[in-house]
Design a protein around this ligand. Structure first.
Ligand code: PGA
Length: 251
């Protein structure tokens, strides 16, 4: 059986005191791990240090990026070891905002995944096509190319221990989520392509892009969707709790 996960990506939001108060709210709303679903939140680094110090019971901590090297002269960067030391167990890699703003490539993402895993962090590797790529019928070609590039540098063994998030770029922060059919179609093709590379068929595949309390149940009912990577709705405790509950309801 594949693992199920709900991951909250806070992006560049919440100061330390706000983050501490918000986690209390998440816990009282029931947005916590249970019934075979692991709840992970990925705060900005400053809040992450505060939350790691507090010690969370039923929410796992993750980061939003890490460097591919252990330490050294890399101003402004953070290593996987530092994140593990701060209490993280997961790290999001290759988010489309970083591919866009920091020009991250698939090879770099693969290198980071390799290093993260060897430092005790499980990578959550993001894939996704742009709107014009979907409109011109190139979704599968683009996603397969991303997978090939990442596996080319990380190897199938690392990929087998990662989590993969399919996040169509046109669906992120737009309110225009992929339909369950669109998401399932890409998820099953991702799984097939990973298996062709010798990657385990049990890698959890998350959907991300405008997931809400309203569309989560339909998405989680799909055969190849094992959870969600949630941006905006992870900053609303009651709604995030509804998403978590829908994931728990899947049997
Ligand atoms: P969204 O973001 O849920 O706000 O669309 C998802 C993400 O960027 O991971």
């Amino acid at each position: 059986m594949r693992q199920r996960l709900i991951v909250g990506n806070w992006k560049m939001n919440l100061l330390q005191a706000e983050a501490l108060a918000f986690v209390d709210e998440l816990e009282s709303a029931g947005a916590v791990s249970g019934d075979g679903v692991e709840v992970v939140i990925c705060p900005p680094y400053t809040a992450l240090a505060a939350l790691g110090g507090r010690g969370l019971r039923s929410i796992t901590l993750g980061a939003q990026n890490c460097h591919a090297r252990q330490k050294g002269a890399f101003t402004g960067e953070i290593s996987a070891e530092m994140l593990t030391d701060a209490g993280c167990r997961y790290v999001i890699l290759g988010h489309s905002e970083r591919r866009r703003d920091q020009h991250e490539t698939d090879v770099e993402i693969g290198n980071k995944a390799n290093h993260a895993l060897h430092s005790g962090l499980r990578p959550i590797i993001c894939l996704g096509e742009q709107l014009e790529e979907r409109q011109s019928g190139r979704t599968h070609e683009v996603i397969n190319r991303q997978i090939d590039g990442i596996i080319g540098s990380a190897g199938a063994q690392v990929m087998s221990q990662a989590v993969v998030a399919y996040e169509p770029v046109w669906a992120i922060g737009t309110g225009l989520a992929a339909t369950a059919e669109q998401a399932q179609e890409v998820h099953s093709s991702i799984r097939e392509h990973l298996i062709k590379h010798g990657v385990s068929g049990t890698v959890p595949l998350l959907y991300g892009g405008s997931v809400t309390g309203g569309n989560a149940a339909d998405l989680f009912a799909c055969a190849d969707i094992d959870g969600a990577l949630v941006g905006g709705a992870s900053l609303k405790a009651p709604e995030f709790a509804v998403i978590v509950q829908h994931a728990r309801d899947v049997r």
